[in-house]
Design a protein around this ligand. Structure first.
Ligand SMILES: Nc1nc2c(ncn2[C@@H]2O[C@H](COP(=O)(O)OP(=O)(O)OP(=O)(O)O)[C@@H](O)[C@H]2O)c(=O)[nH]1
Ligand SMILES: [Mg+2]
Length: 461
């Protein structure tokens, strides 16, 4: 994101009607705007004090009456001066107030803020690191209590601190190695003497644990995409309705009822599960019309994107050739659950069987029998474990960086087996691992290592 140094303004509250609406301005030299827009009667706004006053147009006519809050730099969200005008939360009055601010701030270059620009400035001004800045939007977007709680923890810096501790451990090891590289005559048996291998192993263990906690948190954030696929009339839409607990999709005895994809997000133990109902799969020739054929091609597209596929079969009929054709076309990398539906007709008992390459579950969607078996199996496939450990609401970006760091440390461990001859390569892998970890919090890499080295050593030692 590029941000210039001009002051920025935006309506900070959600669009629509509400009790209160807030126009927020951040930048340098905001007092003239405050004087122009707020009827101050010769006073100035006192930092961190709420003043109840009129918001006025250039001609003195009143736009609204509300609270003005002023924060001086750097004691604000963005680290710049911030002016917040709280008026009545109507879209029109808010737009009028914003326009008035833009007009009053034209001379100092006040412009509309880009999405996320207030938080970006907070990051630029070291109010937040990158992971914390991301947590701000995660908190706003959280769809479950669990996700909101984890976002708050990340925002307070818990995740950043964990990453910071890992980085410090890596830096410590790098310091040892690089000192040795600078004094080659002492290189002999460095790896033995310094217990570098032991230290490296300890870092790898910690990283493994963080990755596990982050992976679980990522599940809470992203959820699991589950696609229901099968022949027409086997009960896919009934299963969606049973999972959702309401009649989301149309269910009829007519084959080919569902045409378009229907997605419904349910929550199982706080994990969002996006259940996607699709058109029943049958041969082109059997499909009733063009609409259904398009629906079927969408089914296959959805299957390609799935985290888990539920292949639904009619337990009262048994498997058919067409079912085998479907299985043959399913991507091998996607976990498969075979659902034998309609056990109320077939007389099977509800149950679950774990096979080598898939799971079989016997249930009845219409009668809502055996549904919990399915919910628990979805959690198991997602890798959800209730450990009671703290989790991190990680993003894909964080997981990628953690895994890349893990790979570099694994390479370093291999190099450490080759005695001291590969010490420079060992050091390089550590550096790369650190770079990956640093990318999570956005900390600058190369020079800070020197800083740490010199701040911890005194000359002459
Ligand atoms: N007895 C019984 N009937 C069921 C069960 N599940 C679904 N059905 C019936 O099977 C018929 C088809 O159900 P749907 O859920 O529409 O099937 P679908 O797989 O979505 O069908 P398409 O959308 O046409 O592909 C309906 O008449 C349902 O009432 C079940 O568990 N038991
Ligand atoms: Mg259907």
């Amino acid at each position: 994101m590029i941000s210039d140094s001009f002051p920025i303004a935006a309506i900070a509250t959600a669009p629509g009607r509400g009790g209160i609406g807030v126009v927020r301005i951040s930048g340098k030299g905001l007092m003239p705007i405050a004087r122009a827009v707020c009827r101050l009667d010769g006073r100035d706004l006192k930092p961190r004090h709420a003043s109840y006053l009129d918001f006025v147009n250039a001609d003195g006519s009143v736009i609204d009456r509300g609270l003005a809050l002023y924060f001086s730099a750097p004691n604000s969200y963005t680290g710049e001066e911030v002016l917040e005008l709280q008026g009545h939360g109507g879209p029109v009055v808010m737009q009028m107030l914003l326009n008035r601010c833009l007009e009053a701030g034209r001379e100092i270059g006040l412009r509309l803020a880009n999405p996320g620009e207030f938080t970006f400035r907070a990051f630029q001004n070291d109010k937040l690191d990158l992971a914390q800045a991301e947590a701000v939007s995660d908190l706003i977007e959280a769809s479950t209590e669990a996700a909101a709680k984890l976002a708050t923890q990340s925002l307070s810096g818990a995740f950043s601190q964990t990453i910071g501790t890992l980085v410090e451990q890596v830096i410590h090891l790098r310091m040892l190695v690089e000192a040795t590289l600078d004094f080659p005559e002492e290189e002999i048996e460095f790896l033995e003497k310094s217990n570098a291998r032991g230290q490296l192993q300890a870092i790898r263990d910690s990283l493994e644990k963080v990755l596990q906690q982050a992976g679980q948190g990522a599940l809470l954030r992203e959820g699991l995409k589950v696609v229901l696929a099968g022949l027409p009339n086997v009960g896919k839409s009934s299963l969606l309705n049973a999972l959702a607990g309401s009649d989301v999709a149309i269910v009829t005895a007519i084959a080919g009822t569902t045409r378009d994809k229907i997605t419904e997000t349910i929550h199982v133990e706080g994990i969002p599960i996006h259940v996607i109902d699709t058109a029943g799969i049958r041969e082109d020739a059997e499909a009733s019309d063009e609409v259904e054929r398009i629906g079927i091609s969408r089914t296959w597209a959805a299957v390609e994107q799935a985290d888990v596929v539920l292949h639904i079969l009619d337990a009262s009929r048994g498997p058919t050739r067409a079912d085998e054709d479907i299985v043959a076309r399913l991507p091998a990398r996607v976990p498969l659950i075979r659902i034998w539906n309609k056990i109320d007709l077939s007389g099977h008992k509800p149950g679950i069987e774990l096979l080598a390459d898939s799971t079989e579950i016997y249930l009845s969607a219409a009668e809502r029998i055996g549904m919990d078996l399915l919910r628990q199996e979805l959690l198991r496939i997602a890798g959800w474990q209730q450990t009671g450990e703290s989790l991190y609401l990680a993003r894909e970006r964080h997981l990628l960086a953690l895994r890349a760091a893990q790979d570099h440390l694994a390479l370093a461990a291999q190099l450490a087996e080759q005695r001291d001859s590969a010490l420079d390569l060992f050091a390089e892998e550590l550096r790369l691992a650190q770079e990956q970890l640093n990318s999570i919090t956005g900390a600058f890499t190369s020079d800070d290592l020197l800083g740490v080295i010199f701040s911890r050593f005194c000359i002459g030692k």
